[in-house]
Each structure stands twice: as structure tokens, then as C-alpha cells.
Design a protein around this ligand. Structure first.
Ligand code: ATP
Length: 351
């Protein structure tokens, strides 16, 4: 069953087309991250799901009901949707309790038990976001992280079908962002609410989402699990945009054979087991830094020889820049594989 379906939706603002005939399904309880460069249409898609905009064409369905098309639009408060934005958007003159209780009075389809006993429901939500007992404070008496937790409690208090989050962590510092990631995952697990989460931050999307939808120019470029998006990018754009990638130069001799260019030597055949057809045009093989392995180079070793151009120690891992002919490849290893600047290394490719 799906919580929401976007069917052939286009959205135009004057002569700008923000979304091009886009299709997307959000499963019951699924955590979907929308990822893409600035201007690719993420916020527009979220605003259409929320009900702030109408599609120019196509339909939006929430809980098996068509809530928007070019002809009609159900308003946000009738969609059972919770929202959290980058700016916390709390009402400064209302207490934490009043902010969180607000949707219980103003949303439609709120469970009767919550309306009857809003104090208990608000207390339960504040407990869940780690702000138990802070009902009487005003937003000005809270830190940024606490404000965002209040915004989160307010978004989930009425048991929404769908939770929409637009860059909710981007105004928080790095440490707090890591902590809030865990809390959002906890809430998602506890409540089982479907989430659509807009972010610029690929590591946030990789860390939290069940499925990542990579957008480009108002279209879905690729949708898949974080693992698929990272290890099986279906276009050069996805390989570059999500995570880091080395584009190894050579020729595709066959669908499963890439001939790696080797300076001053015959090319080296690399056999691959998945579909790389999106990379045939550019004649490259995309390889993640962790798909390259280093070992000691011996005279007469058969394979790719590189030289260590840089090493960065990062605690649990080492990030190497390895010079191979004219190219520099990025390689990430654990600290058991230690090489020093200018060492010769044997590079193996594990795709
Ligand atoms: N109200 C509007 N009027 C005119 N153009 C708009 C409007 N809203 C969005 N656009 C345009 O639609 C396109 C998509 O914008 P959108 O805000 O959805 O992108 P985004 O992926 O969320 O970007 P960002 O990551 O920078 O927030 C952009 O070209 C933008 O300029």
C-alpha cells in the first residue's frame, strides 16, 4: 500500500518548468529522501505534496484519495500531513505546549483520544523528542536544537499519514545534526509514519532513508536504496552527485569488459558483473574510493601501479590520492593498509 502517489505531475511557474511529468510512489511507512542540486525541484515537489501548490498537470494521491490535480486542490490541513522546515517556524508568543497542541485543534481527522486529552498527547510527544517537562517555556528560551525538536513534536502530534521535512537539520551545528538524525530515525521507527525528506546533504540521505530519489532538472534521475544509489549509480550525474567517484578512462569492449587505459602498456581488461551501459558513451568506469584496494608493489607485479601522492589520516580510515599515469584516483582504506608518500602501490579494482 502507498501513502502517497505522484502521477505524471508537471509544475510550471510562468515559463519555468520546475517538474517534468514526474512519477513517484511513497510506500506505507517508507522513508524517502529527495536529493539533488539547487533548483532541481525538491521543494516544489514537497509543496505539492503538502498542498501549498497545485500541479499544472497530473495528480497527487494521498491515502488512496486524489488530493490534487490541475482542476482541484485539497488544502494542507485536510491532508493529515506533518511538516518540518529548516526555519523552525514556531509561534514565538505561544509556549512549547501551545505550539505542539496547535495542530490538535486545527488539523482535520485528528484521533478523538488526542483531542479529548491533549495534555497527555503533548507530554508523550515531548518525551519522545527529549523535551519532557518543557511545556511552559517559550521558543526564545530554547536552543536551536530544542526548537527543532518542538517543531518535530508539533509535526507528529496528530499522527499524520505523511511527514514532510525540508532541510530540517541544515541550521544546526554538525554535532547536533548527527544527534537529530538518530532521533528522526527513532521517531520513524516508533511511529511508522511515511517520511519525505528533502536534503542537500547526501550523507544524511544515505544514512537515514529507505530509498533515495535523486532529482535533476525537475526529473527523477534515479531512485533506489542508499546501497544501490551508491554502488550502482545509473548515470554519471548520480555517480558524481552522491558520494565520491573516480571515473577510470578506457574503452568498453563489451557490456561486461572494460579495457582500462594503461600508460605505455597494453590496456588491462576489467570484468564487471552489473550494467554499466550509462557509462558507455563517456567510455569510463565509475569506481568508488572504497572499491579500490592497495597492496605492496613488487618488481614484476602484474596489474596497475600507482604512486602515493597524498595520504590523509582520518581516524578509522585513510584517504589516499594515488597517481596512476596522468590520473589521480581517490582511495579509501582502513588503517591496516598503510602506505607513505611516494610509495609504489599495486591498485586492484573491485567493482
Ligand atoms: N514560486 C516560484 N515562482 C517562480 N519560479 C519558481 C517558484 N518556485 C520555484 N521556482 C523555480 O522552480 C525551480 C525548482 O525550484 P525548487 O525550489 O523546487 O528547487 P530545489 O531543488 O528545492 O532547490 P533548493 O535546493 O535550492 O531549495 C527553480 O528553477 C526555481 O527557480
Amino acid at each position: 500500500m502507498n501513502s502517497a502517489r505522484v502521477i505524471g505531475v508537471s509544475k510550471k511557474f510562468g515559463n519555468v518548468t520546475a517538474l517534468h511529468h514526474l512519477d513517484l510512489q511513497i510506500g506505507q511507512g517508507e522513508f524517502v529522501a529527495l536529493l539533488g542540486p539547487s533548483g532541481c525541484g525538491k521543494t516544489t515537489l514537497l509543496r505539492l505534496l503538502a498542498g501549498f501548490e497545485s500541479p499544472t498537470s497530473g495528480e497527487i494521491w494521498i491515502n488512496n484519495e486524489c488530493v490534487a490535480s490541475a482542476a482541484k486542490r485539497k488544502p494542507p490541513e485536510e491532508r493529515r500531513i506533518g511538516m518540518v522546515f529548516q526555519s523552525f517556524a514556531l509561534w514565538p508568543h505561544l509556549t512549547v505546549y501551545e505550539n505542539v497542541a496547535f495542530p490538535l485543534q486545527h488539523q482535520q481527522q485528528v484521533p478523538e483520544a488526542y483531542k479529548q486529552n491533549p495534555k497527555a498527547r503533548v507530554a508523550q510527544m515531548l518525551e519522545m523528542v527529549g523535551l519532557g517537562g518543557m511545556e511552559e517555556r517559550f521558543p526564545s528560551q530554547l536552543s536551536g536544537g530544542q526548537k527543532q525538536r518542538v517543531a518535530l513534536a508539533r509535526a507528529i502530534v496528530f499522527n499524520p499519514t505523511l511527514l514532510l521535512m525540508d532541510e530540517p537539520l541544515s541550521s544546526l551545528d554538525a554535532e547536533l545534526r548527527m544527534q537529530m538524525r538518530k532521533e528522526i530515525q527513532f521517531i520513524h521507527r516508533e511511529l511508522g509514519t511515511s517520511i519525505v525528506y528533502v536534503t542537500h546533504d547526501q550523507s544524511e540521505a544515505l544514512a537515514m532513508a529507505d530509498r533515495i530519489v535523486v532529482m535533476k532538472g525537475g526529473r527523477v534521475e534515479q531512485a533506489g536504496t542508499p546501497h544501490d544509489i551508491y554502488y550502482a549509480p545509473e548515470s554519471p550525474f548520480v555517480a558524481k552527485f552522491v558520494g565520491r567517484a573516480n571515473f577510470l578512462k578506457g574503452n568498453w569492449a563489451a557490456a561486461n569488459t572494460f579495457l582500462l587505459e594503461k600508460q605505455g602498456a597494453s590496456s588491462l581488461p576489467i570484468t564487471v558483473s552489473r550494467d554499466f551501459s550509462a557509462f558507455f558513451d563517456q567510455q569510463v568506469l565509475p569506481v568508488r574510493p572504497d572499491q579500490l584496494k592497495l597492496s605492496v608493489w613488487h618488481q614484476g607485479s602484474d596489474g596497475i601501479m600507482g604512486k602515493v601522492a597524498h595520504v590523509q589520516f582520518q581516524g578509522r580510515e585513510l584517504i589516499y590520492s594515488i597517481r596512476v599515469g596522468e590520473e589521480e584516483w581517490e582511495v579509501v582504506t582502513d588503517i591496516s593498509e598503510r602506505f607513505a608518500y611516494d610509495d609504489s602501490v599495486l591498485v586492484s579494482i573491485c567493482v
